[in-house]
Design a binder for this molecule. Structure first.
Ligand SMILES: Nc1ncnc2c1ncn2[C@@H]1O[C@H](COP(=O)(O)OP(=O)(O)OP(=O)(O)O)[C@@H](O)[C@H]1O
Ligand SMILES: [Mg+2]
Length: 286
C-alpha cells in the first residue's frame, strides 16, 4: 500500500537566546489514506510544530512532506486545520464564517449548492438551529463545532487537529469526539490530531504515535488501535485490550518519553506497539 502522507526526516530548528535549537529531529511518519492518527507527547515536545509544518504554517528547516503524491510547500485548502479555539470573524454568523471558505474553494459551484454545503455541515455538527448566530452568541463548544464544520465543508485531503477539544469540559469533549469521528467516518478523510488525552486518543485513533521529549524530539512508540468501528465509547472502554494500551501510553509518557531509546514492547499480541521502522509492514488497513 502506498503512503498518502509521508513526513520524511522532518527537522525544525528555532532560534533561541542560546542559539539555534533543534526542536524536532528526523521525524519520520507515514499515514495511509483514510487513517486517523493521533500524536501524543509531553507539553513542549514539538507536536504543534510538526502539525504546523504539515499545515504549511511553519517553515520546514529540513526534510520534506508529501501529501497525495505532491511535495508540500506552503498552506492550502487541501489541508483543513482545527485548533484549540477556532478563529471566527466576530461580525459574521456561523453560516457566514463557514461560507467564507466554501466560496473560495467551491467558486465554480452555484450559490444554492454552496448554501447547501454550509447548511449540511453546520447541521451535522449540531448547529442546525444556531447557524445564524454570531460567535459571541455561541458557547465555546458551539464555536468549536463551527470550526469542525468549516474544516470538513472545504473537503480537504487531510484534516489537521491541534488539541481541538483541549479547552472544553469533559461532557462537551465527549460529544464533539463523537461528532468528529462520525464525520471522519462518513467523509473517509485522513486525519492527524494532537492530543494530551490518552482516552481520547484510544477512542479515536487507528494509530497513536508517541513523541519523545524535546529538544530533538522524534517518533517513539507507535500503537495500533484496532477496536472495531463504528466505535461506541462504552464498548471501547470494556474492550479487553483497552487498559493494556492505556497503561502502555501512560508508561510511555511517565517514563520513556524522556529517553531516546524506545521502551520494551508490551506483550499484547493483537495490538503490538511497533517501532517506527516496522510500522508500515504491520499496518492494518482501515
Ligand atoms: N516560534 C517559535 N520560536 C522559538 N521557539 C518555539 C517557537 N514555537 C515553538 N517553540 C518551542 O519549540 C518547542 C515545541 O513547541 P510546540 O508548540 O511544538 O510544542 P507542543 O508539543 O505542541 O506543546 P504543547 O503540548 O504545550 O502544545 C517548545 O520548546 C517551544 O518553546
Ligand atoms: Mg501544542
Amino acid at each position: 500500500m502506498s503512503n498518502y502522507v509521508e513526513l520524511s526526516k522532518l527537522n525544525k530548528t528555532y532560534p533561541s537566546p542560546k542559539g539555534p535549537q533543534v526542536i524536532v529531529k528526523d521525524f519520520d511518519l507515514n499515514i495511509q489514506k483514510g487513517e486517523f492518527v493521533t500524536l501524543i507527547g509531553h507539553s513542549g515536545c514539538g507536536k504543534s510544530t510538526v502539525l504546523s509544518m504539515l499545515a504549511g504554517l511553519n517553515e520546514i528547516t529540513d526534510g520534506g512532506i508529501i501529501l497525495a503524491g505532491r511535495e508540500l510547500s506552503g498552506a492550502g485548502p487541501d489541508r483543513g486545520v482545527v485548533f484549540q479555539s477556532p478563529s471566527l470573524l466576530p461580525w459574521m454568523t456561523a453560516f457566514e464564517n463557514v461560507m467564507l471558505g466554501v466560496e473560495q474553494v467551491f467558486y465554480t459551484a452555484s450559490k444554492e449548492e454552496r448554501r447547501e454545503i454550509v447548511e449540511y455541515y453546520l447541521t451535522v455538527v449540531g448547529l442546525g438551529d444556531a447557524m445564524h448566530k454570531k460567535p459571541a452568541e455561541l458557547s465555546q463548544g458551539m464555536r468549536q463545532r463551527v470550526g469542525i464544520a468549516r474544516a470538513f465543508a472545504l473537503k480537504p485531503k487531510m484534516l489537521l487537529l491541534d488539541e481541538p477539544f483541549g479547552m472544553l469540559d469533559s461532557l462537551t469533549r465527549y460529544e464533539l469526539q463523537q461528532v468528529l469521528i462520525e464525520l471522519w467516518r462518513k467523509n473517509k478523510i485522513t486525519a492527524l490530531m494532537v492530543t494530551h488525552d490518552v482516552d481520547e486518543a484510544l477512542f479515536l485513533s487507528d494509530r497513536i504515535v508517541c513523541m519523545t521529549d524535546g529538544p530533538e524530539a522524534e517518533v517513539g512508540d507507535i500503537l495500533h488501535v484496532n477496536f472495531p468501528r463504528p466505535r461506541e465509547r462504552k464498548a471501547v472502554m470494556e474492550h479487553p485490550d483497552y487498559y493494556k494500551l492505556r497503561e502502555h501510553l501512560i508508561e510511555f509518557l511517565e517514563v520513556h518519553a524522556h529517553r531516546k531509546d524506545s521502551m520494551t514492547p508490551v506483550n499484547s499480541k493483537p495490538y503490538p506497539p511497533v517501532s517506527a521502522k516496522t510500522k508500515e509492514a504491520e499496518l492494518i488497513p482501515v
